[in-house]
Write a protein that binds this ligand. Structure first.
Ligand code: NOJ
Length: 911
């Protein structure tokens, strides 16, 4: 493995020293300015900076016209200041590579002046031509190498230019002020090797080798990729490996992958560690232009396997025109039509525009950047694109995409107090504002980079699974899907229904990544075996993360995940909510979500609020957000949410928290008002005891009974049901639960007896919507009243059961069972905190539950409720059985509580 393997998965960031930050107020960016912005780049997640040429230069080609390879441009700063910048970057774990234009110099270079002098001396007869080996490439006719294409066709008509002072033509593949060096001259070869040495010694970590295909010229060829060029690059690499191990080389060769792979060299004669994949880039744009991604697939099919350790450099934009050399005429026409309708937007064979103006929206940019960051290869970002900077097509050459970085809203966007060239375009967008907005494109970049680092390795292969309106591939156990159209798309890929908004994308972790985070969550009752678990649906959530619907053993579970597969709501729970790292990484914005949901129903969320996790994790995960509670459903059931069903009826009841907003979209959630300064009944019962005693002041159980009666009265629509039918339903359910919980036949006979006793009483019994899962954790006390919350029914019940009408005794039974739990748990906690041996294993006073039950029923009756004792008994049994089955599966340590209750009702349980 190469010592420079750090580059294989690094995130690169191209930054022009000249236009990033001016530190001395002269209107030109400089090394010190860049150094002062390293913290920002580190925050963003950049691993390596790529600096276009910073050498002495007339800057007629952005510094690629070098006047002196061994000195820095004075406006950018001194060599010492560069060293300081490199040290500062290294101290932050960041590397720095620079551009090296090997192929040519500026006519301002001393070599050029000396060359002209020498030629004149030869012509004057004062120098013997035999003693002179030219450093540049000359012709007396300007007709050689006619097969070499002109690259800068906007400005140049030929690769030869006549130099009148010497009466000869000189060769240049780019601007005519940039004569090509003559690599047939050994001095050129050696001098350029020394240039590399000079800067690597200063601390650079490598080079982008500019325009490498063109180093040599040979008759009858197009002057590209010649064997001599490869041989020289192999020498460069050998020198770097030997003298500067760990430093990297990347080839800039704008060609087809089958030709570019040669720039990696061979095992015996390696050349570059990395090469840019030029043809991929326009095809990403083409996909967005055409709304279908088949061209990406085609170019990847044409991309050969890389040798081990070699890696593609991938990019969307850089300091040049968006080159369209590597597409066919039809594709080019489509790209021009979509992205460069004005002639002024075009430059050479390409388009001089920045990423945001090209793609047209922050959503599309984020989608394209996500694509880039998840594909194999090392991604290169271009400064300013992360905040969505615009361009100026009226500036010359490609200067319109090289304008100064916009830092803030102050003069010249904080780049410099002076005006500059290229000029600052605008103060909008700017980094400062983007930092303050978690929903900004800048934050999206950071989140994507962080996620990329958490899941994708250089060695991860990929497998493309869709290439139509949605481009999708699997890589590293993640299904990456990108909607290249403006319309929402829902497609089934890898067996998962993936739902994406227009230009939406999702990194969907597959089962093996998700399952370890699901198993152990209280809401998850499915299998731990990945072959028995299926991801049914993945919906990208605009408030961060992806909602997965996971199926196991016939039940559907909901988990909000990032690419690693962890459950983000659970992370929130673990970290106390609001600003935890996991949520921030994916931009999870529970507050923003609640705000939007409430706004749809005409409610507002006031003030600067945070989301705070509440309650135990069960079938829902809830947060308090301002004066509201949002509940995310973790188990999915069909039909109307029972809580939504009763919302209108409860709207004016002071004893019930009713749903004011609900969402059946990607995220299934409800919002209810928060009961101010309230504590739940469970907490109070544990702290104070249910009935007043020496260690506590008790809880207003009678008041609770009255509140339940009032809620029941509110929901009562006067319906009745035959007692027998109701008991039939209960019977069926109890037998089912009993079997599930492993009860023997004798116990089942016991069940039937209790039910038979419940048959005594009126033929018709009242039924209505009830709470359905009432217990102390579902009632809040605000020091003056009780409020019932969560009208959703039992989490494990079928949707039909939850939506059905029941006897109000069901709620009373639920509450009485939780009195038993609270009393047992309190005794257990007291015993644990009491170190006296006599108290160890203390059991709860059964009288407490009886007293509390009595008080509850009295309160219920006094507020107008009717208690059907026989039915209550049946529901108590039903509830205890349900609890027993639940504990068996989720909390075996607590099984003894319902087991005791069942025994008291005459039902034996297996131990
Ligand atoms: C490639 C560079 O990226 C471009 O900016 C420059 O104009 C040419 N090389 C010629 O130096």
């Amino acid at each position: 493995m190469s010592a420079a393997n750090w580059c294989e998965n690094a995130v690169f960031y191209e930054v022009l020293v000249r236009t990033f930050q001016d530190s001395n107020g002269d209107g030109v960016g400089d090394f010190e300015g860049l150094e002062s912005r390293l913290d920002y780049l580190q925050w963003l997640g950049v691993d390596c900076l790529w600096l276009p040429p910073f050498f002495a230069s007339p800057l007629d080609d952005g510094g690629y016209d070098v006047a002196d390879f061994l000195s820095t441009h004075p406006d950018f700063g001194s060599g010492e200041q560069l060293s300081h910048l490199l040290d500062a970057a290294h101290a932050r774990g960041m590397r720095v590579i620079a551009d090296l234009p090997l192929n040519h110099t500026s006519i301002a270079h001393q070599w050029w002046r000396e060359e002209l002098e020498a030629l004149r001396a030869i012509d004057a007869g004062t120098l013997d031509a035999a003693d002179f080996t030219p450093r540049y490439v000359w012709s007396t006719t300007g007709e050689e190498y006619a097969d070499a294409r002109v690259i800068f066709e906007d400005t140049e008509t030929s690769n030869w230019t006549f130099e009148p002072s010497v009466g000869r033509f000189y060769w240049h593949r780019f601007f005519s002020h940039q004569p090509d060096l003559n690599y047939d001259n050994p001095a050129v070869q050696e001098d350029m090797l020394d240039v590399l040495r000079f800067w690597l010694r200063k601390g650079l970590d490598g080079f982008r080798l500019d325009a490498v295909p063109y180093l040599y010229e040979r008759h009858g060829t197009n002057g590209e990729n010649l064997p001599e060029t490869h041989a020289y690059l192999a020498r460069v690499r050998a020198m770097v490996d030997e003298e500067f191990p760990g430093c990297m080389l990347i080839a800039e060769a704008n060609q087809w992958p089958r030709d570019v792979v040669d720039y990696f060299g061979s095992e015996e004669a390696p050349e570059c560690h990395m090469c840019f994949h030029f043809p991929l880039m326009p095809r990403i744009f083409l996909s967005f232009a055409r709304g279908e991604a088949s061209s990406i697939d085609r170019i990847l099919t044409d991309t050969p396997q890389l040798p081990a350790g070699a890696v593609w450099g991938t990019f969307l934009r850089n300091h040049d025109e968006l080159t369209l050399e590597m597409v066919d005429d039809v594709e080019r026409a489509d790209l021009y039509a979509r992205y460069a309708p004005e002639p002024r937007m075009r430059a050479n064979v390409g388009i001089r525009r920045r990423l945001l103006p090209l793609l047209g929206s922050a959503e599309a940019v984020e989608c394209a950047v996500a694509m880039l960051l998840s594909m194999p290869g090392a991604p290169f970002l271009y400064y300013g694109d992360e905040i969505g900077m615009a361009d100026d097509i009226w500036l010359v050459d490609r200067d319109g995409v090289r304008t100064p970085m916009q830092w803030d809203g102050s003069t010249n966007a904080g780049f410099s107090p002076q005006s500059s060239y290229p000029p600052v375009l605008s103060t909008v967008p700017n980094v400062q504002a983007a930092l303050a907005d978690p929903a900004s494109l800048l934050h999206a970049h950071r989140r994507l980079i962080t996620q990329r680092k958490a899941v994708f390795d250089a060695s991860d292969d990929w497998c493309i699974v869709a290439c139509t309106k949605v481009f999708a591939f699997e890589r590293a156990g993640v299904l990456c899907a990108f909607n290249v159209t403006a319309e929402p798309q829902s497609v089934t890929v890898s067996g998962i229904e993936v739902c994406l908004p227009g230009y939406g994308y999702a990194w969907v972790p597959l089962v093996d990544r998700v399952l370890p985070h699901l198993v152990g969550q209280r809401f998850y009752g499915g299998s731990a075996d990945s072959s028995a678990v299926r991801i049914v649906r993945a919906e990208s959530w605009q408030f961060g993360g992806v909602w997965l619907t996971v199926e196991s053993a016939g039940a559907l579970y909901r988990t909000l995940v990032d690419a690693t597969g962890r459950d983000l709501l659970a992370q929130y729970a673990a970290d106390g909510g609001g600003d935890d790292a996991a949520g921030a990484e994916v931009g999870m914005d529970v507050v923003g979500y609640v705000r939007a949901l409430l706004a749809e129903r005409g409610h507002t969320l006031v003030g600067d609020v945070r989301a705070q996790r509440v309650g135990g994790e069960q079938s829902n995960t809830s947060f308090i957000v301002g004066s509201w509670v949002v509940k995310f459903q973790r188990r999915l059931s069909e039909g109307v949410n029972p809580e939504v069903l009763v919302a209108d009826a409860l709207a004016d009841c002071p004893h019930a928290a009713h749903v004011v907003a609900h969402d059946e979209g990607a995220c299934v959630a409800t919002v209810v008002p928060l009961v101010d300064d309230a504590r739940d009944g469970w907490e109070l019962a544990l702290e104070r005891g249910l009935v007043g005693d020496d260690s506590g002041e008790g809880v207003d159980v009678a008041g609770l009974g009255a509140a339940i009666a009032r809620v029941h009265a509110t929901l009562d629509e006067g319906h009745v049901q035959r007692r027998e039918d109701l008991l039939d339903c209960l019977r069926e359910r109890m037998i089912r639960t009993g079997t599930q919980a492993g009860l023997g036949d004798a116990s089942k006979t016991g069940l039937l007896e209790v039910l038979a006793n419940a048959g005594a009483g009126a033929d018709q019994v009242p039924v209505q919507h009830v709470h359905g899962d009432l217990h102390l954790g579902q009632v809040l006390w605000d020091s003056s009243r009780w409020v019932l919350i969560d009208f959703e029914g039992e989490p494990a019940a079928t949707p039909a059961e939850r939506a059905a009408e029941h006897s109000p005794m069901k709620d009373l039974a639920g509450m009485i069972r939780s009195f038993d739990y609270a009393t047992q748990v309190r005794a257990r906690e007291n015993a644990a905190s009491d170190s006296t041996p006599a108290n160890a294993g203390a059991s709860a006073d059964a009288g407490v539950v009886e007293q509390a039950t009595q008080a509850l029923l009295d309160g219920y009756r006094q507020a107008g409720g009717t208690v059907d004792k026989a039915l209550l008994q049946a529901y108590l049994l039903d509830k205890a059985l349900y609890e027993y089955d639940y504990e068996l599966h989720y909390r075996p340590d607590f099984r003894y509580i319902p087991a005791r209750a069942l025994r008291a009702l005459g039902i034996a349980t297996p131990e």
